[in-house]
Design a protein around this ligand. Structure first.
Ligand SMILES: Cc1cc2nc3c(=O)[nH]c(=O)nc-3n(C[C@H](O)[C@H](O)[C@H](O)COP(=O)(O)OP(=O)(O)OC[C@H]3O[C@@H](n4cnc5c(N)ncnc54)[C@H](O)[C@@H]3O)c2cc1C
Length: 322
């Protein structure tokens, strides 16, 4: 890719080349990014994405990589790891955070300062940006219920402040999830309310306890599938007798059947094969087609369709030509 070579030259020592992505994901699988940069401020994210676009190189922004399955062949183009983590609490209960800030840390800090509304996010892996894109939620709360506005880098390079309604939030989704066009969340502002610090500390502790009790530790992407209406994906997978089922290094958790674990050098192909097996078995036994909560990204080859194509559940790096 001519554009890629030029971009690599323009980025110089700023970018890592053929950087394995496994280390940037919670599942610990995934092949190399052609180029990878780690950004510490929103301005840097804007600059890097701008450079990718100027060179017509596809790019993919990742936060903590806790909700993605990266292909063994890796990701073509530029991967931007968003570590922009500035946070500012206002006097009026608004909190502004760059998209690379940790949701869990934000929830903890808010509770400590006496601002209520984010306790559900205690212990939630991932960044503010990833949480906005996927409308992350847990323990009765979600991003949609607390987000006021978010700053979005548009495909034409402009930066817009978007109200929460603009995101069209739905269960574990928004208009940005799996979307083409390469919009990037740069920051988010949440609206919180005054709360009793002791009660909030207790709630945060309870949420953390529940997480530890319910969820397995280890390399995972969290819930693999969305819960189907009126049921739980984990219940269906368990009822299909799949707890502990293993393909290569990928295994359905014994503790929570909707979690897949990398129990030893799993490949993305093995994880995907296990996901397909689980889905097929649940459909065969119960007639329910489970929808993915996690997202496949990168170069999946033949089976995933031609490069640049995008199904509802997979995504190539947003195209720089937009
Ligand atoms: C142990 C475990 C428990 C979990 N529990 C929960 C839970 O209780 N509830 C829940 O909702 N989720 C849960 N998850 C999933 C995950 O924590 C959330 O989806 C999280 O919000 C993802 O954030 P991230 O920064 O890791 O996103 P990533 O995985 O890095 O990215 C996810 C998607 O968002 C895009 N993206 C990321 N940042 C940006 C940005 N700034 N602009 C544009 N696009 C961006 C990426 O391109 C990708 O498509 C869990 C995961 C794990 C591993």
């Amino acid at each position: 890719m001519g554009g890629l070579a030029d971009l690599a030259r323009a980025l110089g020592g700023r970018a890592r080349r053929n950087e394995p992505l496994a280390a940037y994901t919670s599942m610990r699988v995934g092949g190399p990014a052609d180029l990878l940069v780690v950004c510490r401020t929103a301005e840097e994210v804007v600059r890097m994405v701008g450079m990718a676009r100027a060179h017509q190189v596809p790019f993919l922004v990742l936060g903590s990589g806790t909700n993605v399955l990266v292909a063994d062949a890796g990701v073509r183009g530029l991967v931007v790891i968003n570590r922009a983590g500035r946070v500012r609490f206002g006097e009026d209960g608004t909190v502004w955070a760059e998209a690379g800030a940790s949701m869990a840390a934000l929830a903890r800090d808010a509770a400590r300062r006496g601002w209520a509304g984010l306790e559900w996010a205690a212990g939630l892996p991932g960044t503010v940006g990833g949480a906005v894109v996927g409308n992350a939620g847990a323990f009765g709360g979600d991003v949609a219920s607390v987000l006021r506005t978010a700053t979005v880098l548009e495909p034409d390079g402009t930066v817009e402040e978007r109200p929460a309604e603009w995101f069209e939030f739905r269960y574990r989704g928004s208009r940005l999830k799996g979307a083409e066009g390469g919009r990037v969340v740069l920051a988010a502002t949440f609206g919180l309310r005054p709360g009793d610090p002791e009660a909030m500390a207790a709630r945060v502790a309870e949420v953390l306890r529940e997480r530890r009790a319910r969820q397995p530790s280890g390399a995972t992407m969290g819930s693999t599938f969305k819960n189907p209406p009126g049921d739980y994906a984990g219940r269906l997978i368990e009822a299909a007798g799949l707890k502990g089922y293993r393909i290569g290094g990928a295994m359905v958790s014994e503790q929570h059947a909707n979690f897949i674990l990398n129990v030893g050098d799993a490949t993305a192909a093995e994880v995907w094969a296990l996901i397909q097996h689980v889905r097929a078995e649940v459909e065969r036994r119960f007639g329910v087609r489970l929808e993915l909560e996690v997202e496949r990204v990168g170069e999946w080859g033949e089976e995933a369709g031609k490069k640049g194509s995008k199904g509802a559940e997979e995504r190539w790096g947003s195209c720089g030509s937009v």
